[in-house]
Write a protein that binds this ligand. Structure first.
Ligand code: SF4
Length: 155
């Protein structure tokens, strides 16, 4: 699921897999949950941790971003038997995917790396949501990268 960081991204309040006619369901596809780079908001982390998961187990820190961890097999920590084991609580980016934002953060687009992206559309509402998510992720990263936040993180 590359392009997630630009997104995010990655995956509307009603995710693609919830719709019976979604390209994901129709094609039995979960490739976007393999090799994930899905960035997480602090709210995502707190929500998932409240389920009993340890953040150190399911996330990695990379250059100020918090991202979903992949298993040794290269799949999202939460992917189990081709299904998301935390679906109702999955990250915001996972809800919007394959709508992502370009690297400049100005244009919403369908991730061309999703092999079924032609089956999706970008509504104005979804573009707005993903834009807000992209801004939030960048803001949280900047806060994390601030000297004060970095010191606190190291303690
Ligand atoms: S959290 Fe769920 S929907 Fe998101 S990448 Fe992992 S398995 Fe897929």
């Amino acid at each position: 699921m590359n392009g997630q960081r630009a997104v995010p991204g990655s995956k509307e309040a009603i995710g693609p897999r919830e719709a019976r006619s979604s390209p994901c369901r129709l094609n039995g596809c979960f490739h976007c949950c393999e090799g994930t780079e899905m960035p997480l908001t602090q709210e995502d982390v707190d929500r998932i941790a409240a389920l009993g998961f340890v953040p150190g187990d399911f996330l990695v820190r990379r250059d100020g971003w918090l991202q979903l961890r992949n298993t040794a097999e290269g799949r999202c920590f939460f992917l189990s038997n081709g299904q998301c084991s935390i679906y109702p609580d999955r990250p915001e980016g996972c809800r919007s995917y394959p709508v992502v934002f370009d690297e400049g953060g100005k244009n919403a687009l369908l991730d061309p790396e999703c092999e079924h992206h032609h089956g999706f559309t970008i509504s104005a509402r979804k573009a707005s949501r993903v834009g807000a998510l992209a801004r939030r992720l960048r803001r949280e990263r900047m806060e994390r990268m601030s000297p004060v936040a970095k010191r606190q993180d190291e303690q």
